[in-house]
Write a new protein. Structure first.
Length: 287
């Protein structure tokens, strides 16, 4: 077995070594490439009067996606995605900096704590937020007890509750790339800045921040792009007033039974995802 693996991995037989890639390549083709191709083909079809799919291919679904009546949904989605990205960056950068430079022996425990939200179901987490933010929830009870308010206020089903849920769920997506980028910065660079007379703020602004920009961009992309397609947060914490692009896509498949239009919206969202990753790759190659 050792000789066979050495022969395959030795590079003297490229075709033989490529056999090692065959299972992964087959998996990607069957579960990624073919479904994406089917989704693209479905987006060009037409929805019949009784919900059936008519295979008369056209771009009508994409023209419909750019109808002005869907503009408020798109702007609202971009606003929540941008706000979530900004807030997670403002909250996540100090946390990632502390983990990288100050956490010491508590670093691993804090990283595990950061990943705790992924250990529970998203539904359980969001319903827990409903208990906290409701009119008779824990937050209103605490505010009433300490005299900050005289009557319960509406926190749930507001833009604040949607943004809070998004930040709660996507904060690790920002912190982990930032931590990885900050961890790679040689400490000698920062010490050299101190030796040359820089204070802590100047060393951070001139050395640490520029060297951590790849993590900032990666974290922003990993946060912004999934937020564009998020629908569960707005569905549970926002209600019908905060209808996002993900909710529109979900309803086309599950409620309206207009699969071609839902597929067209999904393809546009995937194009944004791939385009963002391509731009990041180009920027990373040139940096």
């Amino acid at each position: 077995m050792d000789r066979a693996l050495s022969w395959l991995l030795g590079g003297r037989r490229p075709l033989a070594s490529h056999l090692l890639l065959a299972p992964a390549a087959a998996w990607m083709i069957v579960f990624l490439v073919l479904p994406a191709a089917g989704l693209l083909l479905l987006s060009l079809a037409k929805n019949g009067p009784y919900g059936e799919i008519l295979w008369t291919l056209s771009l009508n679904n994409y023209r419909r996606a750019f109808d002005p009546k869907y503009l408020p949904v798109l702007l609202r989605t971009l606003g929540f995605a941008g706000g979530t990205t900004l807030l997670t960056l403002l909250l996540g950068y100090p946390l990632a900096y502390f983990l990288s430079f100050r956490a010491g022996r508590w670093r691993n425990a804090m990283l595990i704590g950061l990943m705790v939200p992924f250990w529970t179901s998203a539904l359980v987490a969001f319903y827990s937020w409903m208990i906290i933010l409701g009119k008779e929830g824990l937050l209103n009870a605490a505010l009433l007890r300490f005299g900050f308010i005289s009557a319960p206020i509406s926190i749930l089903y507001t833009s604040f509750s949607v943004l809070l849920g998004l930040v709660y769920f996507y904060l690790p997506f920002m912190v982990l790339p930032l931590y990885g980028s900050l961890e790679k910065i040689p400490r000698q660079y920062v010490e050299a800045a101190y030796d040359l007379g820089a204070d802590r703020w100047t060393a951070f602004r001139k050395v640490t921040l520029p060297l951590s920009l790849p993590g900032v961009i990666a974290g922003s992309l990993l946060t912004f792009v999934p937020c564009l397609g998020d629908f569960l947060t707005a569905e549970i914490l926002g209600g019908p007033r905060y209808y996002l692009l993900g909710n529109l896509i979900s309803n086309q498949f599950l409620m309206a039974q207009d699969w071609p239009f839902g597929a067209a919206l999904t393809c546009l969202l995937l194009t944004c995802l791939v385009g963002g990753l391509w731009l990041y790759r180009r920027w990373d190659d040139q940096a």
